[in-house]
Design a protein around this ligand. Sequence first.
Ligand code: COA
Length: 324
Amino acid sequence: MDTCKIIAAGKAAAQRTVTNDDLSKIVETNDEWISSRTGISRRQITFDESTTDLAYRASVDAINKSGIDKNTIDLIIVATISPDFFMPSTASMLQYRLGLNENNVTAFDLNAACTGLIYAIQVADKFIKSGSVRRALVVGSETLSRTIDWNDRGTCVLFGDGAGALLLERSDSGIMADYTNSRGDAEMNLVLPALPLDSPFSSKLDSPPSKMTMNGGEIFKFATFAIKDTIDNLLRSSRIEIEDISLVIPHQANGRIISKVSKLTKIPLEKFYLNLSKYGNTSSASIGLALAEAMEDGLIKKGDKVLLVGFGGGLTWGGVIHEF
Ligand code: COA
């Protein structure tokens, strides 16, 4: 019992379906441009559900699929860049919603942008291996629609709302390698501002824009580097050959990024699991949402080695190899 295993994956997509044609009524765009440049056909946008609501739905799905007693969960990490509040944390509110308030639970939010779920898996893995935690609930949940400038056609067509939830426990097999990395110097290429400096003791700065901004071209280049770097590092440290990986589940940002990576790494495109045409980029939710669907679709069998890889704001990137 020297590693940590994902025993179930749950998902929740926001209720309202927004097609590319719907967006063409809001900004100057069209289905042809969005489909061909990104691979996205539609996305789910929240109507009245919060980030905590989506996290709760995905968590209940994971708990039901696993059949475990929820009272054995003693760690909850929620990866998010669109929390309902800075405090309380989404994780603490999720603990309450799950009826675990009277239990001894460590609960906190984690921000590594679209790599958030990978970072959260890595942290949970260390907690579990240390023996201080029996089972961990690791969730990526986002309502990015509230962070988007709906007048900016360069970003608003890319993103969606949803959640993915994983249950992890100590096991003989499971996580075989993990890798995370970060680089702060190019942070201004993908930005979601927090509160402006504004106190009686600070010089009044011009209020920064409050919505997400992105340099798409630079992020595209970064993403191809980050995925290749992660795959190379994971294969090297685990001494596993790419031929032994049955499925690669990347962060679901843009189908063209994955085509480029496939050419660059010579990993066949069919090995990459993509469901972004239905959901767009759901940031820290996307890998969990994709893993849950791949499992539902019967694409992952016992013994399969699956590589999860994320990249995003920070800039951050990383991944894990997991034997199911
Ligand atoms: N509809 C129609 N035209 C659009 C458009 C839209 N939604 N968004 C941008 N355009 C226009 C641009 O204004 C530009 O017009 P111009 O040539 O007249 O100036 C043209 O399309 C090309 O823009 P460009 O930015 O060069 O397109 P691109 O091929 O690089 O694709 C992205 C843009 C955003 C799809 C692409 O850069 C990308 O996916 N980057 C990575 C983003 C990402 O994954 N972010 C999240 C990381 S976690």
